[in-house]
Structure formats: C-alpha cells, structure tokens
Design a protein around this ligand. Sequence first.
Ligand SMILES: Cc1cc2nc3c(=O)[nH]c(=O)nc-3n(C[C@H](O)[C@H](O)[C@H](O)COP(=O)(O)OP(=O)(O)OC[C@H]3O[C@@H](n4cnc5c(N)ncnc54)[C@H](O)[C@@H]3O)c2cc1C
Length: 248
Amino acid sequence: MTTFASTPPRRPNLPEWKFTVVESLDVAPRMRRVVLTADNLDTFDYKPGQALVMQVPLADGETGRRDYTIRSFDKAAKRLAVDFVLHGTTPAPTWACNAKAGDEIVARGPRGRTVFNPSADWHVLCGDETCIPAILHIIEDMPAGTRAFAFIEVSGAEDEQELTTQADAKIEWIHRNGVHAGPSSIMLDRIAGFEFPEGDGYAYLIGETSNVRAQRHHLIGRGFTRDRISSEGYWRPGRIGGHDHVED
Ligand SMILES: Cc1cc2nc3c(=O)[nH]c(=O)nc-3n(C[C@H](O)[C@H](O)[C@H](O)COP(=O)(O)OP(=O)(O)OC[C@H]3O[C@@H](n4cnc5c(N)ncnc54)[C@H](O)[C@@H]3O)c2cc1C
C-alpha cells in the first residue's frame, strides 16, 4: 500500500533554531542559496541528506512549514546553507529571493532518513532539482572510493552544478528539454537502462512523489529489497509543503 502521510501538525521532538540570514546568492539561474547563522549553531548536528522544516512567511502574514535540505554546514563559522529551487512565486522561493542579511527565520530539525548507508557496495541516487542539495551533499561526504551513481533530472544544462568528492561517483544530468517538472517517466526510463554493478546496492529515491513511487516499484521489480531503498516524496502538484512517505 502506498501511504501519502502528510506532515504531522506538530514536531515536538525536533529542536527549534532561530536563524539570521547572512547572505543570499544565485548558485544557478533557478537555484537561490540562503546562508544562515545562529548563536548556538555550534551545538547543531546532522547527516548529509537531512532537512530543516522552515517557517516561511505566507502572503497572509502567517507562516507555513516547508522542508529544505541542509546543503552545507560550517560548524566553526556557524554558517548553514540552504538552496531553494525557483519553481514559481510560491512562498519559499519568494522568501529566498528577497532574503537579505539580518532577516530572521525559525526552523526545526534536522529531520529525514535519506542519509548515507555505509553497508552497501554501491549506491544509486535519483532525484529532480529539489534533490540536488541532498544528492550532492551525500556524495561529497562519502568515504573515498565509494561507488555512487547519481541521476539528476533538471530543466537544462544551466541547472547543473559542480561537486568535489573522494567517492568514485558518476553524476548524470538528465535534461527535461522544455518539459515541466512533475510526474513523468523521464527518470524511470533512464534507470530502466541502468545495469546494476556487482554486490549489494542501496537506492536513494527522492523528488516528485509519483515519480519516486514508480522508481521504487521498478527497482523492487528488479530485485531490490525494501530495506535497501530510501524513498521520500519531496513535492507533488497541488500539495502545500510537507512530504510524502513512499513505503509500499
Ligand atoms: C525532506 C525534503 C527536502 C527538500 N529539500 C529541498 C531543497 O533543498 N530545495 C528545494 O528547492 N526544495 C526542497 N524540497 C521541496 C520543497 O519543500 C517543496 O517543493 C515545497 O513545496 C516548496 O514550497 P513552496 O512554498 O515553493 O510551494 P508550496 O506552497 O508548498 O506549493 C505550491 C504548489 O507549487 C507546486 N510546487 C511545489 N514545489 C514544486 C517544485 N519543486 N517544482 C514545481 N512545482 C512545485 C505544487 O503544485 C504545489 O502545490 C524538499 C522537500 C522535502 C520533503
């Protein structure tokens, strides 16, 4: 059974952080980075791939929860970066585009189970542009020589980003070439042609919920056991914030 559990209304166990914006900048034409700081960030701990639940200002003066991945963290400098896909004039990208030094935002976290699994012989990571922060950060942090295969669906070449890693990582950028982000078989078609290496693989499937679900079913059909897949819906058309568990 596929479960689309919405974000629970309260997150009592997640620590709350009162961030101040240090700066914001464009890392790609459709990706805005906001660098945050907080006095107590020396106590912050997380794993690459985890996210913050940010209290983003809404047009009506209230705030709404939006999940955003920790793109990088410099504990000594107390600097944490978050990258926002500029997919439209919705609350989170609007806030990121206007964020300036001194602005404040509250977030809870870290949260999320899509983190490096050291027990695997090789790793396959799939996602769209909302997953670039998670996929790149996980690969950057992998031990030297780790075999990783990343498939990242983006609008075009201008969305691609560089990364530095000691892992044995192959990054393949899949261009939508004019097709809108959302439910599609673009990624599924690509991973259907991906030949699995020898040994035990581990899959990280994130992005638009229906795409994640289809990729998960595909990998299970090719012999992946459920305990070797981490899958989470990061967004879907019509949903406001939150995340979808994809566990069938
Ligand atoms: C664990 C986790 C980590 C995430 N990390 C990141 C991250 O690092 N960077 C990032 O950019 N996003 C990330 N996301 C996705 C992000 O939280 C959602 O895209 C969120 O809905 C954006 O909020 P919003 O205010 O822009 O739109 P909302 O107000 O939440 O949604 C309004 C409408 O916009 C549409 N929509 C939402 N997101 C997209 C999209 N990406 N493309 C096209 N249409 C969309 C939908 O139709 C939706 O109903 C993450 C999600 C999760 C669950």
